[in-house]
Ligand binder design. Structure first.
Ligand code: DO4
Ligand code: MG
Length: 287
């Protein structure tokens, strides 16, 4: 079951769900206790709750007139890094001074985990995603994002784009927060897939397509099984000496990196698809 946030032309917002695509989408009736995405996602049994709040099939609402928003309310977004071999190799190539840090963290017990975004820095499907004004080498990072409850329970998955300025990070690893955290630096959406059963890691494909002036200039793909860490391990480290009263999103690292001569440009369209979740599409701006 997929849960999304939608906005109608008249500005009204609602939560919606989709069952396997086949049944179409339905709007969730808000109740006094269930208004936000967190109210649904962090409930004891989200599927049962959604079923109890959903309009009967006969009154299903068409979502054609609605636009999908990023599936986030008050949560912070964090990110894990160098969890795929491809990311380790790319980072070692780009780094002028810090290559061995990436090498070591790939195999260390403690993963790299960094703060990525607050909700106001996150863009949803169809919204412009930004490259920094002071970078000449930026890439999107297509990542599986975990949705985690305040108690540290994995409740769902969505698509994340961990936009990165490779020249800034490469100049000095201490510049990582500037390479990663800025206005419009993170894409999320289009929907949260509820984690009702363990994810089929080998069968979950993450693909990236970058389109420029109508033509594809890069495609790449990986599957979640290429990730060197388990979700449980990453969540365990994230929650050490940290609390997340509103829950948290955790991007799990990239396994797809365009070649070193490639940089995103203003006007590019980034499509990130993950099996079972959908496609997150954003146009890139640099302004
Ligand atoms: O080490 C820097 C960031 C790594 C990252 O974002 C990734 O591997 O996805
Ligand atoms: Mg990343």
């Amino acid at each position: 079951m997929l849960i999304s946030k939608v906005e109608f032309r008249n500005g009204g917002k609602a939560l919606a769900y989709t069952y396997d695509g086949a049944l179409g989408s339905a709007i969730l009736r808000p109740s006094n206790r269930h208004q936000t995405l967190a109210d649904i996602l962090f409930a004891d049994d989200p599927v049962k709750l959604v079923e109890s709040l959903s309009e009967p099939m006969a009154t299903m609402v068409s979502l054609e007139d609605a636009r999908t928003l990023a599936p986030i309310d008050q949560q912070e977004v964090w990110a894990a890094g160098v969890t795929y071999k491809r990311s380790q190799v790319a980072r070692m190539e780009e780094s002028e001074t810090g290559a061995s840090h990436y090498d070591r963290v790939y195999t260390a017990a403690r993963p790299e985990i960094f703060f990525k975004a607050t909700p106001h820095r996150v863009v949803g499907p169809g919204q412009p995603i930004r490259i920094r004004r002071d970078t000449n080498w930026s890439v999107p990072e297509p990542e599986l994002a975990l949705v985690i409850s305040p108690r540290g329970k994995l409740v769902g998955y969505t698509i994340g784009n961990d936009m990165s300025a490779r020249d800034i990070e490469g100049e000095n690893p201490l510049y990582l927060p500037q390479a990663k955290v800025y206005s419009g630096c993170c894409g999320l959406g289009p929907a949260v897939l509820l984690a009702t059963e363990p994810l089929d890691r080998a069968g979950t494909k993450i693909s990236l397509e970058i389109v420029r002036a109508g033509g594809t200039v890069f495609t790449g793909a990986t599957d979640v099984d290429q990730m060197a860490r388990t979700f449980e391990d990453l969540i365990d480290w994230l929650f050490r000496d940290n609390t997340f009263p509103n829950g948290v999103f955790l991007l799990t690292g990239t396994g797809v990196v365009p070649p070193n001569e490639f940089t995103l440009a203003h006007g590019d369209v980034v499509n990130i698809s993950i099996s079972g979740i959908g496609t997150l599409t954003n146009t890139v701006i640099q302004s």
